[in-house]
Design a protein around this ligand. Sequence first.
Ligand SMILES: NC(=O)c1ccc[n+]([C@@H]2O[C@H](COP(=O)([O-])OP(=O)(O)OC[C@H]3O[C@@H](n4cnc5c(N)ncnc54)[C@H](O)[C@@H]3O)[C@@H](O)[C@H]2O)c1
Length: 676
Amino acid sequence: MKSFKAQILQGIPNSLPAKKQRGQVSHAPKRKDILNSQEKQLALRNALRYFPESWHKELSVDFAEELQTYGRIYMYRFMPEYKMYARAVDEYPVQSVQAAAIMVMIQNNLDPAVAQHPEELITYGGNGAVFQNWAQYLLTMHYLATMTNEQTLHIYSGHPMGLFPSSTDAPRVVVSNGMMIPNYSKPDDWEKFNALGVTQFGQMTAGSYMYIGPQGIVHGTTITVMNAFRKVLKKNETPQGKLFLTSGLGGMSGAQPKAGNICGCITICAEVNPEAAHKRHNQGWVDELVTDINVLVARVKRAQQKKEVVSIAYIGNIVEVWEVFDIENIHVHLGSDQTSLHNPWSGGYYPIGLSFEAANQMIRDEPETFKEKVKESLRRHAEAINRHTQKGTYFFDYGNAFLLEASRAGGDVCSENGTDFKYPSYVQDILGPMCFDYGFGPFRWVCTSGKAEDLDKTDAIAAGILETIMKDAPKEIQQQLSDNITWVKEAKKNKLVVGSQARILYADAEGRMKIAQAFNQAIQKGEISAPIVIGRDHHDVSGTDSPFRETSNIYDGSKYTADMAIHNVIGDSFRGATWVSIHNGGGVGWGEVINGGFGLVLDGKAETEHKIKNMLFYDVNNGIARRSWARNKEAMFAIQREMERTQGLKVTLPNRVEDAIIERLFKEDNPECKEK
Ligand SMILES: NC(=O)c1ccc[n+]([C@@H]2O[C@H](COP(=O)([O-])OP(=O)(O)OC[C@H]3O[C@@H](n4cnc5c(N)ncnc54)[C@H](O)[C@@H]3O)[C@@H](O)[C@H]2O)c1
């Protein structure tokens, strides 16, 4: 067999590999059979253009079978022979270290220990793809292995369009995923054009090569739950013995009990799929499993009485738990939901009244009846939550489109003004005003040496930098700094690494720049043994326009625009990013969000310092400027502070109008039309 390096260099193999069986790993569900016969022929033509003519006869039969059986052409036959995981950066055959670091990131996203459906090239979220098929993977790795620092690789939804001459300062890779003409961005358009092989759903960090396993979501959920408790508890109270009720133990939602334990509360998480619940229990992410609702009630009452810190998975439907806890008068302090409502009709949400198996059967055999069952269940779900919130529960939408789908189903979740939801999204109430508007957002890094000791050194550097910043920081951001210092100091103990040696924390522009600079200097001095990739997820201050999530706390009407995300990706690309990406979909669903991200390779060179300052500054302050223009007071504070200390920054500031001046106008026409 050829060596790893030789296989990477060759790209598409010279001789046709034998047909392969799928492996014993989790596989993506069979996708909708959406193409007509002519479109199926087109999908085959599209797939075969990657291969020489002499292979077409054999491959056409193989690919037609895949399309018929799985609804997509994955080209399983071309799965590489070598083991898929992030190797140390110097194990890749490359001419450009920057390109090598990107290869590390791609292989991590496809590692079976990390990826949800590795053989379908899906990293997370059921449909978050790195590539559409294995030919795209092989070609991309070949291009990365052979490119120089004066070329840029352009990727269209997984397809490597090719290498184009550029310059050393340009990004090495530019990625777009799922970018559609706006009228063609309905969920079935994804089904159709993905089946044709011309687009993909890159989620956020799947198609941008920036996934670091569940750590990112554990951090985000911990910060959210911790701050949600701060909203409901009195100054001298702690979360101990207080109840957080939610659902979902899947890819991301599985982080909830672990985050609940880190926050120190009682977490009850309902999950209809026993396999998902057992998996999280075996991983130690949830402490106990309960299958009987009466046992659950007794257990929760005991935990509340004894003020325990514990997480319990209930194998059953979340609607049942809300309803029974209401009857039993169990006080829920915090409530949320993390079923996959970005994908309500094909297994993202299981309706009450049907067993897990019966629901799966109905999705296949009676999709229209299933839709009605989901809607009925969402209405009941909303009613039960409403009864709890009347008794004082704080409920928030955690960006899974619960309120959106419940409202579409006719659930009682709309507020009296007819435009907003009854409950805030976690961004409206928590992450927006407390973090994003001040520029605090995800900052992550990956040690490309693959060595745990390098990660330990970076943890210590990051904690030290944040502690220094905190000494002179204004009171408005002290809490965020303190939470993240605690987080990074305890991160190792919480055993969060899966796949590459990676870490995440939240910091503002100053924190992100200073930490990155310190890493770069440590690499220069040889204290850290290999380059570090810095980046972030797309769930951030500036990268994402998403009216039901990241930009849900924008109230000037511009939350349905996507200019910020577009400016961000263009702005980052010429300020020093090693790669940039822009996606349709991700998180809340296809057509509902435009999100972008970047990766920057810190190689210890002096010129990288300039890239760090220039790019990270813009990457955060672009979004603060936009949030300030939307009249968000925390962002106005942050951008004015930044202008005072940064020469060359001159942002247009809004003038606020007195409510009384506006509210006397257009009164009769539209009495409820008022901005929050
Ligand atoms: N705000 C954020 O930062 C954020 C982060 C991650 C995920 N999300 C959103 O949260 C959702 C979940 O993500 P995921 O990756 O965990 O998806 P997933 O599909 O892997 O997990 C969802 C789980 O919910 C379970 N479920 C569905 N209906 C149920 C019901 N009625 N009762 C009990 N369990 C039920 C499913 O069996 C599944 O295991 C997605 O919509 C995602 O976009 C938001």
